[in-house]
Design a protein around this ligand. Structure first.
Ligand code: MCN
Length: 797
């Protein structure tokens, strides 16, 4: 490798285009397409008695109205359950249009297609749906009583129940270890429901080509290949007749991994049925009430520990509010329960969760996916232990850390895919040392004293996490060098703003020894790459990054072989620099990679004179061989896949200093520090951006964002007027330091980074507020009015 771009803080190449309004999102396409709109349920739980569309038929510009009855069998069948699990004994998914019962406000009931969105919405307004309202089941604890049911055939509203138990080294169960421990504490910890709010909502635009019976679909998705497979299966089309393109996607944060969404089936089906282009663009209210939420867990913790704070036994019981359906299986509570232990090795562990149906929007993974809840549990527990023993909070963490020489470390737990949860590498004591230095942990007492002297109330908090990243099963990369010396990279997963155009180009440029501006990258287009999984679980860098590197290595090897032939040199003596293959130590012996690409194709189409001259002489050596040798292929291109045996574990630690107003209880974050370890960094600037974005979302989850349902299952704050998100004014400057412990599991030594920023924030802010106030913080988010009430309750207790 000579053109070393891996590891450099290269500016994001996609930004000038995106920041100057030249991005192309789904709604920018198909300006002549028909518009789809949906009649959605106003009730949380109701039986559909009758649907009367007659008044809507007169709307000018109306093209079609569809109810469930109008859908062909396969299109109208329930949507797939994407990740089954043996513990999910009662998995349920929705019909694309409600069949006879609606189970949350916002569930689609009727689809209207019209000349434009105005006409479509007018028609929706005139459609009358008669409902027999049923008792809504709201609130996970009420739902768990099973008195009223969301699905009549799911007893107790329990979709899944899972217990995992890891005994201590000396064979004690968690209950026995807790019983035998010198100290014991029990408490409850809640995280409220929230959701991802990408700037661009969901959207689908479909074009049917009647001549060759093919469908082109543009979807604002994180998983274009899976959407393609789902559409082909649902619509009964051969896979090659369906292409799905994710154009620019204005954020996803998990919500766009669900596939297919009802609209992703219905819009293409309508396009095919009507022989017209059809488009649907989600509005913000639809995003609130018809997409997906997450977080939303009640957690009961019992912990036993020794005098130094060493955890001897831990018992966690989780009630997970799954909403009305389980399209994504039980991945969220599985992640909470298996990654909750974080960087700690503890004595014995028992975790149990029940996944409970309620008449609310379904739950699917949102950035961090179950980890913020788990980290809240574990880190609040560490703080409680420290408070109980009168120890420094960092000392309690330190005594429980897995040590650097203990990797690979098996937590004894089984993940969603049935594989054991094994941490590959890390250095937690060093992370903590770096964090304490960065935030000034040891000198905080002086800062506090000075602040108190001014009548200010401040506190410091900490939170640690690990994150399994780069999950399989696979991802691929294709790399082609063309005769103009350009390098075209494609991979099937999609981009929503993570900077893949830049990092994948950095990898290819480094591997092939070409300048960055020679490399172009295509993601999320099934026309270019058909086999892929998608962008979620902080996997793109690990999965596609390594696949692209492996594909480049194939191309490099072929390029060196061809160049060695042409230069009459040994491939081992060759290097590629700035797009030119050179013989090391012979400055005049060189051949441009562009010419090598011409030589690689026996058709020999060279468009510039130098390449034409260079390619004329080299056929003679192969007179006794066919132009394309057996096992070879024409062209300078290669494809490879990366498929890991298990995830790699990124980790990090955050600390914050907060100030709480003694009178108004307003909470301000004064400083926020992050030490982050995602193995080898491809681009430190992009990773910092990812961490900053994650922290901003975490601040939202800690202080502002929550879904407020009333007892009727109505979402009371389904707009940006009422659902508070932090502005730049509420997000502190994030001070970041990187630690690099390479992953031994993949060729590039990298771990994921995309979710890390969000994971510990609620725990860290809770820790800091608790430190400032001296009041236990057990529920997040916490608002100033809640803090004010907590103060009063605490004072009177
Ligand atoms: N990176 C790096 N070096 C590493 C690891 C990562 O330079 N050692 C870079 C990657 O190359 C990539 C970025 O950091 O450009 C994030 O990498 P990765 O951890 O692989 O995450 P993904 O690219 O798979 O992105 C998914 C992740 C998830 S799960 C959510 S949710 C999320 C997130 O990314 N959604 C996002 N970040 C987002 N950022 C934006 N702008 N929009 C979203 O919707």
């Amino acid at each position: 490798m000579t053109t070393k771009l891996f590891g450099e803080p290269v500016q994001r190449r996609e930004d000038p285009r995106l920041l100057t309004g030249q991005g192309r999102y789904v709604d920018d396409l198909g300006s002549d397409a028909l518009a789809a709109a949906f009649v959605r349920s106003p009730h949380a739980h109701a039986r559909i008695v009758d649907i009367d569309v007659s008044a809507a038929l007169d709307v000018e510009g109306l093209i079609a109205i569809y109810t469930w009855e109008d859908l062909p069998e396969q299109v109208g069948a329930p949507l797939p359950l994407l990740i089954p699990h043996p513990a999910l004994t009662h998995g349920r998914t929705a019909y694309p249009l409600a069949r006879d019962t609606v189970r949350h406000v916002g569930e689609p009931v009727v689809m209207v297609v019209a000349r434009d969105r105005y006409a479509a919405e007018d028609a929706c307004d005139l459609i009358r749906v008669d409902y027999e309202v049923l008792k809504p089941v709201v609130g996970v604890e009420e739902a768990a009583t099973g008195v009223h049911l969301v699905h009549p055939d799911v007893p107790g509203n329990v979709g899944a129940h899972l217990v995992q138990e890891v005994p201590s080294a000396d064979g004690l169960s968690a209950a026995q270890a807790i019983e035998a421990a010198p100290h014991k504490l029990s408490f409850r910890l809640d995280i409220e429901r929230s959701a991802s709010m990408p700037l661009e909502g969901r959207g689908v635009y479909a074009r049917w080509d009647a001549d060759d019976r093919s469908l082109r679909v543009y979807s604002s998705t994180q998983t274009s290949t899976s959407v393609r497979m789902a559409i082909a299966a649902k619509l009964g089309l051969p896979l090659p007749s369906v292409e799905v393109v994710a154009p620019d996607v204005g954020g996803g944060f998990g919500v766009k991994i669900m596939h297919p969404w009802p609209e992703e089936v219905l819009v293409p089906w309508a396009a095919m049925t009507l022989g017209r282009e059809v488009k649907w663009t989600e509005d913000r209210r639809e995003h609130f009430i018809s997409s997906a939420h997450e977080r939303g867990q009640v957690q009961h913790v019992t912990v036993g520990f020794d005098d130094e704070g060493r955890v001897l036994g831990l018992d966690v019981r989780i009630l997970h509010d799954h909403g009305a359906y389980t399209p994504y299986g039980i991945i969220v509570p599985i992640i909470t329960s298996t990654q909750l232990l974080g960087p700690y090795k503890i004595g014995a562990y028992r975790v149990e969760f029940s996944s409970i149906y309620t008449n609310t929007v379904q739950v699917t993974p949102y950035r961090g996916a179950g980890r913020p809840q788990g980290v809240f549990c574990m880190e609040r527990t560490m703080d409680r232990i420290a408070a109980h023993l009168g120890l420094d909070r960092t000392a309690v963490r330190e005594v429980n850390f897995i040590q650097p020489d203990e990797f690979p470390y098996d937590q004894g737990l089984i993940f969603q895919d049935g594989r054991p949860l094994i941490y590959d590498s890390g250095n937690y004591p060093e992370s903590l040392r770096m964090l304490k230095e960065l935030i000034g942990w040891d000198s905080f007492a002086e800062y506090r004293a000075a602040a108190e002297a001014e009548g200010r109330r401040v506190g410091i908090g900490i939170g640690c996490y690990v994150e399994g990243t780069g999950v399989g099963p696979y991802e691929g990369g294709h790399v082609q060098v063309t005769s103009d010396g350009r390098v075209h990279v494609s991979t099937g997963l999609t981009s929503q703003g993570q900077g893949h155009q830049t990092v994948f180009a950095q990898i290819a440029a480094t591997e092939l020894g070409v300048p960055l501006d020679r490399v172009s990258v295509v993601t999320g287009d099934t026309r270019r790459f058909g086999y892929a999984v998608g962008t979620f679980a902080s996997r793109a860098a690990v999965m596609s990054g390594n696949a692209i590197a492996l594909a480049c290595r194939k191309v490099r090897e072929k390029a060196l072989r061809i160049a060695a032939d042409a230069l009459e040199a040994d491939p081992a003596d060759l290097t590629i620099e700035d797009g030119v293959v050179r013989v090391v130590g012979s400055p005049n012996a060189s051949i441009p990679l562009a010419t090598v690409a011409v030589l690689a194709n026996p058709l020999r189409y060279a468009f510039d004179e130098e390449a034409q001259r260079a390619t004329q002489f080299s056929t003679s050596a192969s007179l006794d061989k066919p132009p394309v040798a057996e096992g070879d292929e024409p062209g300078l291109e290669g494809r490879d896949y990366y498929s890991p045996i298990r995830s790699t574990f990124a980790s990090g630690m955050h600390a914050a200093i907060v100030e709480t107003d003694p009178e108004t209880a307003e909470i301000r974050i004064l400083r926020y520090a992050v030490v982050h370890d995602c193995g080898k960094l491809i681009n430190p600037m992009i990773v910092e951006g990812q961490v900053h974005g994650g922290v901003a979302q975490g601040v939202g989850g800690a202080l502002y964002e929550r879904m407020v349902y009333d007892e009727h299952g109505q979402l009371l704050n389904a707009s940006f007027m009422d659902f508070l998100m932090p502005y730049a004014t509420e997000v502190p400057r994030v001070e970041t330091a990187h630690l690099e412990t390479p992953s031994p599991l993949n060729p590039l030594g990298i771990k994921g980074a995309g979710e890390a920023g969000v994971i510990p924030v609620a725990a860290v802010i809770a820790s800091a507020i608790e430190d400032a106030e001296g009041i236990p913080i057990t529920r997040m988010p916490v608002s100033p009015s809640e803090l004010w009430h907590l103060r009063r309750t605490h004072a009177s207790a």
